[in-house]
Design a protein around this ligand. Structure first.
Ligand SMILES: NC(=O)C1=CN([C@@H]2O[C@H](COP(=O)(O)OP(=O)(O)OC[C@H]3O[C@@H](n4cnc5c(N)ncnc54)[C@H](OP(=O)(O)O)[C@@H]3O)[C@@H](O)[C@H]2O)C=CC1
Ligand SMILES: N[C@@H](CC=O)C(=O)O
Length: 426
């Protein structure tokens, strides 16, 4: 027997168009294998007369009124793929208040208002799913929810912004920053305004969501203080590559005793580490846990088709719940109580890029506790650099400092005698 679920969608851009296309392609398969017919009743957009790359199914209503969709009594499930924070929040709250299931790809909103929306969903007995909000096509949130129940996550290290990874990979291949960003925008990887992509804010939002799932811990943007990629150049990426590293925008979170250490910043990853091989729009999330050890989840992190696939997987889970009447178990972990610190507070090894005479750098090193090795004319390896020394060095010399993955010195960090310390290489 086939049951029809009435669906409304907010947004028909890169992701929304992908949803329409994938829905059309897989309708028969969904009906055959799941016994569900997803009927797209209405779609809301900003500009009614804008050119569309997809054709809506016959009978689907196109409107420029969000209310027209979220307040339609027949609609049982709302897909929010329009972006924005305040407007999307209002629409989602309205949908949940009317008992509709909600699926969204909106990391900005979920990072900043996720717990509040989850509480409302719980109160209303509705599903609120957002798999596509982290790492696009990789089903990482459901994996963390379902496959780590008896396990303990110790660290996560990921490449979780497709645009930034695309730009860094293209710069390592010799393209300019501007060229690479333009291509990433044309491919639909970047946000409507790409500032968050290149400033590390998009990756920080995703890390905030991952932190909830992995550690039950809320993080704020100011605690992460993300560093983006706008200060990097093709010559830095190429110089790192020629000498055994790949510069990647890493989003990291690691428990160490009673502390949770986090970072979103460009990091030099040694070529023999798997994350260094993740290129273009690909994302990867390396999870280190007590029971499994290291697992690496990879896949496309942005783009129409991959993101739409994640959205539709959520839609199908929510549709099944609507049909069976079974309530979602909103098993949010208690808010964590770990002390949050940034990785950049730890002494570690850096690559320093810039036109600085070796004797000048050596003089700074002799006056402090760090050591310097010249790699090439414009590239130095600076070992044992503390946070204070790094700040002094940055103020004194025109050097771009990029931390090397896996070099943080944990011996100076206060230990909780009850907790186990994990040495994570990445
Ligand atoms: N692009 C990607 O690869 C990924 C995107 N996401 C997230 O998915 C969401 C959508 O992204 P994307 O598809 O790229 O965005 P786009 O900019 O391509 O599309 C946004 C769509 O929303 C519509 N829209 C915007 N504001 C309103 C409004 N106030 N009322 C009605 N419609 C509105 C626009 O209408 P109109 O077309 O008329 O202008 C457009 O159709 C964002 O939250 C994004 O962060 C998540 C993972 C990957
Ligand atoms: N702009 C984002 C889209 C997916 O979340 C990215 O580039 O990763």
């Amino acid at each position: 027997m086939t049951t029809t679920i009435e669906v409304g969608m907010l947004g028909l851009g890169t992701v929304g168009s992908g949803v329409v296309e994938r829905l059309a392609r897989s309708a028969a398969k969904i009906e055959q294998t799941q016994g569900i017919r997803l009927h797209l009743a209405a779609v809301a957009v900003n500009h009614l007369n804008a050119h569309r790359t997809v054709q809506l199914p016959i009978g689907t209503r196109l409107t420029d009124s969000l209310t027209n969709v979220v307040c339609d009594r027949k609609i049982q499930l709302v897909i929010e793929v329009m972006g924005t924070v305040a407007t999307a929040k209002k629409a989602i709250v309205a949908a949940l208040n009317q008992g509709k299931a909600v699926v969204t790809a909106n990391k900005d909103l979920i990072a900043t208002a996720g717990p509040e929306l989850a509480a409302l969903a719980k109160k209303r007995g509705c599903d609120l799913f957002y798999e596509a909000s982290v790492a696009g096509g990789i089903p990482i949130l459901r994996t963390l929810t379902d496959s780590y129940v008896t396990d303990n996550v110790q660290s996560i290290s990921g490449i979780i912004n497709g645009t930034a990874n695309y730009i860094l990979s293209a710069m390592a291949a010799g393209q300019s920053y501007e060229q690479a960003l333009t291509t990433a925008q044309a491919a639909g990887y970047a946000e409507a305004d790409p500032t968050n992509d290149v400033a590390g804010i998009d990756a920080a939002y995703k890390l905030m969501i991952l932190s909830r799932f992995a550690f039950g811990q809320e993080l704020s943007l100011s605690q992460i203080a993300p560093v983006g990629i706008t200060h990097l150049s093709a010559s830095i990426c190429q110089s790192a590559m020629e000498n055994g590293w790949r510069v990647k925008l890493l989003a990291q979170i690691q428990q160490h005793g009673p502390g949770l250490y986090c970072r979103v910043a460009p990091v030099a990853v040694p070529v023999d580490q798997p994350l260094s091989q993740i290129n273009g729009v690909q994302n990867a999330v390396a999870v280190q846990s007590e029971a499994i050890g290291t697992s690496l989840y990879t896949g496309p992190g942005a783009g129409s088709t991959a993101t739409a696939n994640s959205v539709l997987n959520d839609v199908l889970v929510a549709a099944k719940h609507l049909i069976s009447g079974c309530q979602t178990i909103h098993n949010q972990k208690d808010a964590g109580t770990l002390a949050v610190t940034r990785f950049d507070q730890l002494t570690q090894t850096y690559l320093g890029f810039g036109k600085v005479a070796p004797q000048v750098l050596k003089r700074h090193a002799d006056e402090a506790d760090f050591s310097v090795k010249m790699i090439t004319n414009n590239c130095y390896q600076i070992t044992n650099l503390s946070a204070t020394q790094r700040e002094k060095l940055s103020a004194a010399l025109p050097l771009t400092l990029v931390p090397i993955a896996g070099t943080a010195d944990w011996t100076q960090v206060a230990e909780n005698p009850m907790a186990t310390t994990v040495n994570v290489a990445i």
